[in-house]
Design a binder for this molecule. Structure first.
Ligand code: ZN
Length: 180
């Protein structure tokens, strides 16, 4: 059976449960909090950040998100675009070092409701590592407790890989890696 690549259909079901106390835009609020590890925020650049998906299509499924609250790609400034692109580049590099995938799917969903996600008003690029012959990870591992452990393990590996990059610093025990 062919696997349909559509992680955005389900990603927010669990995130919305987990972040029930977030009133505004979750992509605006999470980077403001001092709880990077708990929120699975693994790396930050000047204008963007990398968040693990709570409901991953595959291990290492992350989103690279500009800090700017907009759903319109044309609204990002040149500086924000470049920062977001560079962070994507460094995310591929970190995922390669941490998980050794065979390749990636990466994509941006534009337009309200176009891709079934509920966060159409804040841009985010999905990056999903792929392995030859992989199948959707979630039905394979099933139980929530297993998923949480898998996410923490992925977080640690990815955090370590980002921290090894040039110009990376880790300001605190539970902080995301800060990239120049
Ligand atoms: Zn936002």
């Amino acid at each position: 059976m062919d696997q349909v690549f559509a992680p955005w259909r389900i990603e927010w079901i669990r995130r919305e449960e987990k972040n029930a106390d977030v009133e505004g835009c979750v992509f605006c609020e999470l980077p403001e909090r001092d709880e990077d590890r708990e929120n699975l925020l693994v790396a930050r650049s000047e204008h963007s950040f990398v968040l693990l998906n709570n409901y991953p299509y595959n291990p290492g499924h992350v989103m690279v998100i500009p800090r700017e609250h907009t759903g319109d790609y044309a609204e990002l400034s040149g500086e924000q675009l470049l920062d977001h692109a560079r962070l994507k580049q460094r995310t591929f590099e970190a995922l390669e070092a941490a998980l050794e995938p065979d390749g990636f799917n990466a994509g941006l969903n534009l337009g309200s409701g176009a891709a079934g996600g509920s966060i159409g008003d804040h841009l985010h690029t999905h990056v999903v590592p792929r392995w030859h012959g992989d199948t959707n990870f979630m039905p394979v591992i099933g139980e929530t407790s297993v998923i949480v452990e898998a996410l923490e393990d992925t977080y640690d590996r990815l955090h370590e890989a980002f921290a090894a990059q040039e110009g990376a610093t880790v300001p605190g025990e539970n902080s995301a890696v800060v990239l120049e």
